[in-house]
Write a protein that binds this ligand. Structure first.
Ligand code: HEM
Length: 328
């Protein structure tokens, strides 16, 4: 479905607007991960004990649930910000006939996430659903980040070498495995969720120490692969941008690893856990950035192909396109 460009203000339909909206989507997804963590860490997950209403009798938090209700309710409201940004991004992508698949996926991910979040509340924070909720956010982060990357006006040096690209994919796959293992550690540890009806915290039932060991072992593999990637990229004289992205990934992993060990030995203080969640987003984005730097961009070629077919009014609102094409 195409949204008529003329009906949309230029603040939404220009290339720069799509790029900004895509970036806003990335930021909104990171913010909601961290605020979602604040809900869990302050034991506010059932501050609104039902869904989609806050309580059976009220749409908003009641005094009975005090600060927990406000924290959980505020997190739910952030979803609306996410929705507004995603809808505007989708409209912009449709109007420009650009990155429509990614913009649609980013939009559809929100109702999916809302339903999963609702089921999490209704099952009294089943740890596997809490994990799924976090991992779906990581998937949405990947979608919105890719959308943003593809709308950025810059040239990419392309694939430095097939082995380096394979290593970058392997590194990203292990980073994803680290995220999954991390959510299992959380689900097995003290911050898994709230008390259930029988007064016990919902947990996976797995041994938290073994899970933390598995998580840390995967991190070792991740760091090893990243060191290898930096070395290989240097050896094949990859572009500066690619080498810098790989260096940033390694640095973020090391910082996140340090936070991970600190929180483990300090018995998971909530503030460090929240920082660790932010760090998890940073590692994931850094891994995606390496891949993105190494993937040749089809998009600019597509844009230039489409130009003759575009209507005059499309081009008139699209000055960025003219700036991008000469870089090819
Ligand atoms: C690249 C490095 C790392 C990444 C990307 C990462 C990622 C994650 C993620 C995504 C979670 C789950 C967050 C949640 O569900 O709320 C987590 C939890 C956890 N991680 Fe890591 N982690 C890393 C390194 C480490 C290291 C080296 C340790 C040391 C043992 C560690 C210890 C923990 C612990 C103890 C938890 C559970 C915290 C809780 O109870 O909520 N992490 N990690």
């Amino acid at each position: 479905m195409a949204v008529r460009p003329r009906r949309l203000p230029s603040a939404i339909r220009s290339a720069a607007a799509l790029r900004r909206l895509a970036l806003a989507s990335v930021i909104a997804n990171v913010v909601i991960v961290v605020t979602g963590g604040a809900v869990r860490l302050t034991d506010s997950g059932l501050g609104c004990p039902t869904w989609p209403r806050c309580t059976d009798a009220s749409l908003t938090p009641t005094r009975a649930y005090a600060a927990h209700g406000v924290i959980e309710f505020a997190n739910r409201q952030l979803t609306f910000v996410l929705v507004i940004v995603a809808v505007l991004t989708w409209m912009s992508a449709m109007a420009r006939r650009e990155q429509r698949g990614l913009a649609t996926a980013a939009l559809l991910g929100i109702p999916a996430q809302a339903v999963l979040g609702g089921l999490t509340v209704l099952t009294h924070l089943n740890p596997w659903l809490v994990a799924g909720h976090f991992l779906l956010s990581m998937a949405l982060l990947a979608v919105t980040f890719t959308l943003w990357e593809r709308t950025r006006p810059r040239t990419r040096a392309g694939v430095p070498s097939p082995p380096a690209l394979a290593l970058a994919w392997a590194t990203t796959a292990v980073a994803a495995a680290v995220l999954v293992a991390g959510t299992v550690v959380t689900g097995s540890g003290p911050h898994a969720g709230d008390l259930n009806a029988s007064g016990r915290v919902h947990r996976t039932g797995l041994d938290v120490q073994s899970m933390a060991q598995l998580h840390a072992d995967l991190v070792m593999i991740l760091v090893g692969l990243s060191v290898g990637l930096v070395a290989l990229l240097t050896a094949v004289r990859a572009s500066r941008a690619v080498r810098r992205a790989a260096g940033v990934l390694l640095a973020v992993e090391l910082a996140q690893g340090a936070v991970g060990y600190a929180q483990y030995f300090l018995h998971v203080p909530p503030l460090l856990v929240a920082l660790h969640m932010l760090g998890a987003c940073a590692v994931w984005l850094a891994a995606l950035a390496v891949l993105s730097e190494m993937t040749p961009s089809q998009q600019r070629a597509e844009r230039v192909d489409q130009q003759p077919r575009q209507r005059a009014d499309d081009r008139a609102v699209d000055p960025d396109e003219l700036q991008v094409a000469p870089h090819l």
